[in-house]
Design a protein around this ligand. Sequence first.
Ligand SMILES: C[S@@+](CC[C@H](N)C(=O)[O-])C[C@H]1O[C@@H](n2cnc3c(N)ncnc32)[C@H](O)[C@@H]1O
Length: 333
Amino acid sequence: MEKESYFVKVPKGKAGEKIKELNQKKELRVELKPKKEGEFILIPIKGNQTSPDGREKFKVRKEHKSVKDTLKERGEKIKKCRYEVIGEIAICEIEGGKEKEIAELIAKTNNVRSVYAKASALEGEYRVRKLKLLYGEDNPITTYKENGVRIALDVKKVFFSPRLSYERARIASLTKNGERVLVMFAGVGPFALVIGKQKKEAKVIGVEINEEACKYFEKNIKLNKLSNVECFCGDVREIVPKLIEKEKFDRIVMPLPKEGEHFIKLAFEALKKGGIIHFYTFVKRSNPLEDAWKKISQNLNLNSKCLKLEFWRKVREYSKDIIQIVLDLKKVC
Ligand SMILES: C[S@@+](CC[C@H](N)C(=O)[O-])C[C@H]1O[C@@H](n2cnc3c(N)ncnc32)[C@H](O)[C@@H]1O
């Protein structure tokens, strides 16, 4: 006889809190992993776990309606309604009218205090976009929790994406204690903090050019009490050559998908033989690997033969024709 599985369905931003609450009430089924379902997380809970007909059943105790469900119920025909939650803030893209009403619905569904609309593309060297307040308090400072770390940031002044949380956990799990790790383009420190938190015996250095991001990176190191993580504020082209005067790196993370290839030569020179580069890039959906290798070889010339592809994966969708991928490259000569 198979088990029936029961879940509590909560918005992504509320999952941590709910798991804690269920665990305290001893309702959480710790042997099962929570699952993603669109804007929601399904948290496995205890219940009547045997099914008389022998088939597996999934019962969901739905505690919240999604924004899309509510809009559908109200008969609203909205062209586009996407958003992501960063701490107490939601950042959305709404097309087809009723921006303010939908922003309020997003705030109430996700229990966030401020909802901003994207008002430009990511711009300039700092990769920051303009935001327009649609609902709530105009306070762009918040703290986001992920992979066991707390990340304070100002959504108007720095780049941050919760969508890379899986990648941060993946790289932290690949890192071995004792490694010297460089995170180029470190932002407010998410990669460096997650690696440093999970591998206390690794030394993690992040380099970031945006002074506002550096300020939060420093604050986040203290917030998470990480003595093995360090922030260097400035241009990687000036800082990295100094960092490798005594010792090169075992692992280098390059989370700059737009034009990060211009820094691959610098990363190659800063890497020990046998070390790994995690290279993020935007490529054509039709031939992702060929496209990525073209960028690498154009910037590394003959040295590109010394990089062996160990692994690659799609990180996220970007547009109809473009996706973001990551390549794990090993320096073999
Ligand atoms: C796409 S964001 C990634 C930020 C962070 N790693 C994250 O995942 O949230 C790229 C970051 O690189 C920084 N950056 C751009 N050019 C740089 C350079 N030459 N040296 C150091 N940092 C740079 C930007 O300010 C920005 O914070």
